[in-house]
Write a protein that binds this ligand. Sequence first.
Ligand code: HEC
Length: 242
Amino acid sequence: MMRLSAPIKTAVVLAAAALAAVGAQGCGPTVSGGDANLPNGKKLFVSRCGACHVLGRAGSKGVTGPNLDGAFQQALADGFPRSTYEGVTHRQILYPDTKGAMPANLATGQDARDVAAYVAWAAARPGKDTGILDAIVPGLNQVVAVAKGGQLEIDADPSGQLKYLASAATASAGTLVLTSVNKASIPHNIALQGSGVNELGNIVQNGKTSMITVTVKPGKYTFFCSVPGHRLAGMQGTLTVK
Ligand code: HEC
């Protein structure tokens, strides 16, 4: 179960209102069967998809993947209903091309349906999100992890977002043991690159710990998750060694 912050909880409670608004705009049959939680879909899109895709209503500007407004604009012009795009997006989330840059399992079950419903609702829709949907903004993550006694812990986001709980870290020169607990079911590891270091930790999930031992000297390094697509999506940060 994902932990929800207070404003998001309110958003979930009020989701019915947003859905009523969607209903009023007339959707065809959907993979979500009309019971999607759009605020949840937007929140997940912003944190797990936005780093790679442009979607104006979500304020995302990623360019690794196709522009989702642009992709749907063409489909709309060709006369496809929004429900088609919901199905396309849902399939893409569950079965991305394994040779492409889009990671699998970014969202599953009802979460995947909620993201698909939000993308289909928002893509190429003029104007801005209002009300509950407007209240959902990406949380800024400026936490700095500090090494103690040659140990540095940089845990993965427990709710499965493609990020660590710290976006930067500091340590002293010498031997450094880097650990990263990953409570989520999406696999992650901890890896470190820079100044001659290039070390990848074991890939773990469901509460296991990824670990590497490195020797660092003063300078800047990058810590990141080496699971394909995760670093691109923003799962990285800078380690400064003094
Ligand atoms: C690491 C980058 C990355 C992330 C994160 C990512 N995508 Fe993608 N996405 C891509 C790339 C690259 C493609 C095109 C290649 C392919 O189909 O795999 C793509 C394709 C798509 C398409 C098909 C668009 C079209 O016009 O064919 C959709 C829809 C989509 N992504 C939605 C999502 C959603 C929803 C999420 C979050 C759950 C997401 N993406 C997360 C990189 C990403």
